[in-house]
Design a protein around this ligand. Sequence first.
Ligand code: TMP
Ligand code: ASP
Length: 236
Amino acid sequence: MEKREELYAGKAKSVYKTDDPDRVIMVFRNDTSAFDGKRIEQLDRKGMVNNKFNAFIMGKLQAAGIPTHFEKLLSDNEVLVKKMDMIPVECVVRNLAAGSLVRRLGVQEGLELNPPTFELFLKNDALGDPMVNESHVQSFGWATTEQLARMKELTFKINAVLKELFASGNMLLVDFKVEFGLFKGEVILGDEFSPDGCRLWDKDTREKLDKDRFRQNLGNVVESYEIVGNRLGLTF
Ligand code: TMP
Ligand code: ASP
C-alpha cells in the first residue's frame, strides 16, 4: 500500500490518497480541538492513543454487524480505511444529559434520558455545527430518507453495543457523535470513535474521562483516554 498526496486535513486527522482508489490512509495527529476549532492544542501521545482506541472500537462494532470503513492499522498513527463519500451530518445519541443539551434546555447534567435522544448536527465549523432536523437532511439532499433511517438505526445499534462495552469497564457512555458515509452505495460508519467524540464517566464517581477534560481544563486529558482503554483491556 503506497501512501500518496494529502487529500485534506481536518482538525485532528489528515487523509492521504493511496495507490488503491477505494482506500485512503487516515493519520491521527496530536492536535486537540474544541469549540469548533476555536481552540487547538497539541497533546503528546494523543494521536497514537486515539488511533489504537478507534481500531479496537471499530473491531467491536464490526463484530456486532455494523459496517465500518476500518480496514487495518498501519502504524501508531495511521489506519487504512475505505474511501467514502461522507454524509455531512453528525449523529448524536445521548443516554444522560450533558454539554449542549444542558445549555440548550436548562436541564441538570446527568439527567437520565429514557429513551436515549437522537440529534443531528450539520458539519460546518464556520456555522458552529448547527443542530438540524431530519426534514433539513432530506430537503438539502445531505442524505435520502432511506439513508437517514439507516444512519439512525446504526447509531442506536452502536449505542447498545458500546453502552455494554463501557459498562464492562465500569463506565457510563453519556453521549457520542458518529459520522457516516457511502461506500459503493452502502451507508457505513466513518471517521473515528474515541474519547474525543464521546462522553464517558466513571460509573461510581462520575469522574469525566473524555474530551471534557480538555474543554473544561481539568488536566490529564490523554492519561484519562489511556485509563479508558486500559479498563477495556487495551494497552498503548
Ligand atoms: P454536545 O453536547 O456538544 O452537543 O456534544 C454531544 C456529543 O457529541 C459529545 O460527546 C461530543 C460529540 N460531538 C463531537 O465530537 N463533535 C461535534 O461537532 C459535536 C456537535 C458533538
Ligand atoms: N465541536 C467539537 C468540540 O467542541 C469538535 C471540535 O470543535 O473540535 O469538541
